[in-house]
Design a protein around this ligand. Structure first.
Ligand code: GLU
Length: 311
């Protein structure tokens, strides 16, 4: 059914009404630091990261440049609930990925006020790192061999898996095997997009720059499902549990890494060390519980760091 047709029907009018309400709810709830989900646990306090005052990393070209500049430029997402969100009014970023970025900054000797976040969409991450537009990237960025040819990865710091988000009135889709003939939305240049294209060719794939646009399309009946990492989808569902649900089991492994320039092994190893230290001292768990934990996921044991050799 086309959008125009659907809006003429009763269901279409109800949907339009529901969507208006939802947008109001999302506008009120999105982006505020620690904004509570509609259902689920309450916000915990965010950890305070001890800045390593005497830290030096002269072997890292990225670190030296940031030091001279006086601030870090960190690539992130701005529309992924509990992971990377930007408050439209204050411009403040929040979420688990943002906390990982802040933890790393403190370990590299940078004060919190000397971090500047820059939103970079999934498809532009490699270029941004290769061109030195950002010092590092923290935004649901899956480590894989293809990307390792272009960039470096510290971590992993979290293990996600691909999932499916549908409207609550959807009964036919319970896993990727049900996608034949259905319209599925994902972001361009991503592993979930790639997997559907390769393994579920009967699905009708639609790509946008961001998952929030996919979610808008889902709520207006323009697509049947949104696919990406469960961590991202659970956040959207937690913000609007009456409208959307995550279905089925996750069907891939998406280890999240911190993207760095491929040549900067010194920075990569320093970030590996910093992740390990923060996992040990409890900051990782605390940060998780105060952010991504709000979408209903209990804090897991973080995956082991893969300190692969310099290349
Ligand atoms: N983790 C997947 C990827 O890196 C999907 C999430 C994203 O687009 O950031 O492609």
């Amino acid at each position: 059914m086309s959008r125009t047709n659907s809006l003429r029907t009763g269901r279409g009018r109800r949907t339009a009404l529901a969507l208006g309400l939802l947008l109001a709810v999302l506008a009120a709830a999105c982006g505020k630091e620690g904004s509570p989900p509609v259902k689920g646990p309450k916000a915990e306090a965010l950890p305070v990261y001890q800045v390593d005052q005497g830290f030096q990393l002269p072997e890292s070209a990225t670190w030296r440049k940031a030091q001279r500049r006086g601030y870090l430029i960190v690539g992130a997402k701005e529309d992924q609930p509990y992971l990377g969100e930007k408050d439209p009014a204050s411009g403040v970023y929040s979420g688990f990925d943002i906390e990982i970025a802040r933890m790393m900054a403190a370990s590299l000797g940078f004060e919190p006020k000397t971090i500047r976040f820059r939103t970079i969409a999934s498809a532009n991450r490699e270029t941004a790192l290769q061109n030195g537009q950002i010092d590092y990237y923290v935004g649901t960025y899956t480590i894989n061999d293809m990307r390792k040819k272009l960039v470096g990865f510290a971590g992993p710091y979290y293990m996600a898996g691909q999932g499916l988000l549908v409207r609550t009135d959807e009964d036919d889709i319970n896993g990727p095997q049900d996608l034949a003939g259905k319209t599925v939305c994902s972001a361009a240049g991503t592993t979930p997009y790639q997997r559907i294209a390769e393994e579920y060719p009967k699905a009708v794939l639609v790509a946008y720059d961001t998952y929030s646009v996919c979610v808008d399309n889902l709520l207006t009946y323009q697509v049947d499902a949104v696919t990406t990492d469960d961590a991202i989808l659970l956040g959207f569902a937690a913000k609007a549990p009456d409208e959307m649900k995550v279905v089925g089991k996750s069907f891939s492994e998406e280890p999240y890494g911190i993207g760095v320039a491929r040549s900067d092994n010194a920075l990569r190893f320093a970030l590996d060390d910093a992740l390990e230290a923060n996992e040990k001292n409890g900051n990782w768990k605390k940060a998780f519980e105060a952010t991504l934990g709000l979408s209903g996921v209990p804090a897991p044991t973080p995956p082991p760091i893969d300190r692969y050799p310099a290349n």
